[in-house]
Write a protein that binds this ligand. Structure first.
Ligand SMILES: [Zn+2]
Length: 271
């Protein structure tokens, strides 16, 4: 069934994006879709984004005992802080305007992170990311990036992909992918990490890597914090994502760590 749906969606993708794509199947578990980025208003030459899809992400992540934790409320509001604000709360209740895009997107090649030349984040965090990558390397940890800035329009495509992938199930998609406007990736301060330990793939394979453990322990020193920690699905509205970190600045990250709050609760207290 899943193969049939994947084929259908592949056909749809090809229909919409022409020849600029390669689709590769790996052991029936991973589908690597390379598609040209939807035309960017801010950066014209943004590199194609790779979306690694793992069935494990959907099938092996335990569901919270709270029912419908992934669903969206009926009264969705616009974010109270501007998108440029490092402490803006973006979740299932608060969405960014479709017109919001950061104005200082910078290529990650200068940070030394693996595959950095394919991705962009805000210039405000580049030096801290570079320090994080350098210090991790000194500890024997190699880090790669598998997703970073995503425009509103790219997020529309990403979310729709997951709906199609799950046989049209909005519930399944809502557990693992934010709807457009509700994704921290639109801020240009959210990054999905991976590691050569798992062939730089995105997904649950990253959970038990040395890189994941290093980030959990050290990322706050560089201003990065995990957005969707394990065991807090009913609070964040998303399944556990060991790879997804958001930059809130070093001072804020330290304050958050000392408070014992997860990012979602910390930001609610600030918005
Ligand atoms: Zn992410």
């Amino acid at each position: 069934m899943k193969e049939i749906l994947t084929t259908i969606f592949t056909t749809i993708l090809v229909f919409f994006t022409g020849n600029n794509q390669e689709i590769e199947y790996k052991q029936d578990e991973y589908i690597v879709v390379k598609q040209n980025e939807v035309k960017e208003e801010i950066i014209e030459d943004i590199k194609p984004e790779r979306t690694y899809i793992s069935t494990n992400t959907v099938l092996s992540t335990p569901l919270s005992s709270t029912s419908n934790y992934w669903s969206y409320p009926s009264d969705i509001k616009e974010t109270t802080r501007n998108g440029n604000d490092l402490l803006v709360l973006v979740n299932k209740s608060y969405k960014l305007p479709s017109t919001y895009a950061p104005s200082d997107l910078t290529n990650l090649s200068s940070t030394g992170i693996i595959n950095g030349s394919n991705y962009y984040l805000r210039s405000i965090l580049i030096n801290d990311l570079k320090s994080l990558v350098t210090d991790a390397k000194a500890d024997g940890i190699s880090l790669s990036v598998v997703s970073a800035y995503r425009s509103y329009s790219t997020q529309v495509s990403t979310y729709n992909y997951w709906v199609q992938y799950n046989g049209g199930s909005v519930d399944a998609a809502d557990k693992i992918s934010a709807r457009a406007g509700h994704s921290q990736h639109q801020l240009g301060t959210a990054i999905d990490f991976s590691s050569p330990e798992v062939n730089n793939q995105l997904g649950v394979l990253f959970n038990n890597t040395k890189a994941s453990a290093w980030l959990k322990e050290n990322s706050y020193k560089y201003g990065f914090v995990i957005s969707f920690p394990l065991g807090y699905e009913s609070t964040t509205g998303f399944n556990y994502e060991s790879w997804h970190y958001r930059y809130i600045g070093k001072a804020n990250a330290l304050e958050m760590k000392n408070s014992g709050m997860i990012l979602e609760i910390y930001l609610r207290s600030k918005n």
